[in-house]
Design a protein around this ligand. Structure first.
Ligand SMILES: Cc1cc2nc3c(=O)[nH]c(=O)nc-3n(C[C@H](O)[C@H](O)[C@H](O)COP(=O)(O)OP(=O)(O)OC[C@H]3O[C@@H](n4cnc5c(N)ncnc54)[C@H](O)[C@@H]3O)c2cc1C
Length: 404
């Protein structure tokens, strides 16, 4: 195992500074407007593409060229410090890219991941479509079907996906579908639906509590036909896997678990970014705001709150960094990725609520950013595995038992 270090290397420090500048100069000033408009912030994402922040190369360099695992969490924390909704608009295509990387061949990766981003002046978006109206946490309940048409070597997809980031707006949709209903969650496969494929449409667009600059919508698949080459991983591998499952042989559940554990620190880093934004703002405010003839921070009731906020944020970041480092060492033992995501989500929700308290009435109005950060924070307890699903994963890992 490589050494774990809390010290960022020169490249990571430069990257941190670079993303921070973009977050401060471009994202922060735009945050309120796009939250109110509740629309995908194309001009801001375009600017991110122009500097190379919204690009598949950025993701690839951060993931492949880094042994410490800390590069991506460091960048994401700064981005989400700027604004979580715009941050999600910039990171959302990464969900599709990760889905392709997790299940696809090298060839599929090279073909489709760049198409999830496009290029400056001609942006593209990706969407990862797993959740359904009647099945979010319970993935065994997915109903979207994929049926193979041997005559044409095509797959036909039918169903409705819910809560999809960039859903319907995206150029490339990665869809998880049921190929063998009898095998429940082990009978799934992932497919790429290429741009402009007939039969794929956007259903309702959700009006959300937070991260409102990120587009979230239903995706309806009605007789969508994709070529056999769009099955991620290929048919031979799928047939082999399904045969193994039917024979009752252990599948690759362990590998899938490692993949999830590896992506969770990134979500934790988002939450840390939102929490830090609110904490910094509240700290400054508490030093300025006068009540009873002195700055409110002179009261322990306020300063102790800020002390706890600072401590909790650091604790969350430590768990995120530990998990990110472990993911590079293939070293997860006790669901450390889930621990990081669970803790960071809770910390963001709690810290942003405390920040409202510290600002008093000013915390509660839209003229100040704190209420927005509180709305934005909550999503981190919900998506990419709810609080309770993280607890389930952790309790199974620590007990070795199949806790339901
Ligand atoms: C803004 C936003 C963006 C999203 N983006 C995407 C996306 O891009 N792609 C995608 O596929 N999905 C996406 N999702 C979906 C998200 O991952 C799901 O909402 C989430 O997994 C929870 O599923 P659910 O909403 O169906 O809740 P449910 O699974 O119905 O859960 C409801 C409640 O029951 C609890 N619960 C469920 N099962 C258990 C259990 N066994 N033990 C204890 N408690 C349990 C949950 O923790 C939760 O509190 C997004 C959601 C939102 C809100």
């Amino acid at each position: 195992m490589g050494e774990f270090s809390l010290e960022l290397n020169d490249e990571q420090l430069q990257l941190q500074e670079w993303v921070h500048q973009f977050a401060e100069d471009v994202i922060r000033p735009a945050a309120e407007e796009w939250d109110e408009r509740e629309e995908f912030p194309f001009p801001i994402v375009e600017q991110a593409a122009e500097i190379g922040l919204y690009s598949w190369e950025f993701l690839a360099n951060g993931m492949l060229g880094d042994k410490t695992g800390l590069t991506i969490p460091v960048a994401i924390e700064e981005l989400f410090w700027g604004d979580a909704g715009i941050g999600m608009a910039i990171m959302g295509s990464g969900l599709a890219a990760s889905g392709i990387a997790a299940a696809g061949t090298q060839e599929q990766l090279m073909e489709w991941v760049p198409q999830c981003y496009g290029e400056p002046g001609n942006l593209a978006l990706g969407a990862f479509c797993a959740s359904e109206p009647d099945a979010g946490s319970d993935v065994a309940g997915y109903r979207t079907r994929a049926v193979y048409d041997e005559a044409t070597d095509e797959w036909v997809l039918d169903g409705t996906k819910a809560w999809i980031t960039n859903g319907g707006l995206a150029d490339v949709h990665v869809v998880v579908a049921v190929v063998d209903p009898e095998l429940k969650s082990r009978g799934h496969a992932s497919f790429v639906v290429p741009p402009n494929t007939p039969g794929l449409s956007q259903g309702q667009k959700y009006k959300k509590h937070g991260i409102r600059a990120s587009h979230t919508a239903e995706v309806v698949l009605d007789g969508v036909r994709v070529p056999g080459s769009c099955l991620l991983g290929g048919k031979e591998k799928l047939d082999e896997r399904l045969a193994r499952v039917r024979e009752g042989k252990p599948g690759n559940a362990q590998a899938a678990m490692q993949t999830f554990e590896a992506t969770r620190p990134a979500v934790g880093a988002q939450a840390v970014g939102v929490a830090r934004a609110a904490y910094e703002y509240a700290l400054d405010y508490a030093k300025e705001r006068q009540a009873f003839g002195r700055p409110i921070i002179m009261n322990q009731g306020i300063s102790f709150m800020l002390a706890d906020m600072a401590t909790e944020i650091d604790a969350a970041r430590m768990l995120v960094w530990r998990a990110a480092w472990l993911s590079k060492q293939q070293g997860f033992r006790n669901a450390e990725g889930s621990m990081a995501k669970l803790k960071a989500g809770r910390v963001a929700t709690w810290v942003t609520e405390r920040a409202i308290q510290i600002l008093g009435g000013y915390g509660y109005v839209r003229e100040y950013p704190v209420e927005r950060w509180h709305r934005d924070a909550k999503i981190h307890d919900i998506f990419e595995g709810t609080e309770q699903i993280q607890q389930l994963v952790i309790s199974r890992a620590i007990s070795g038992m199949r806790i339901e």
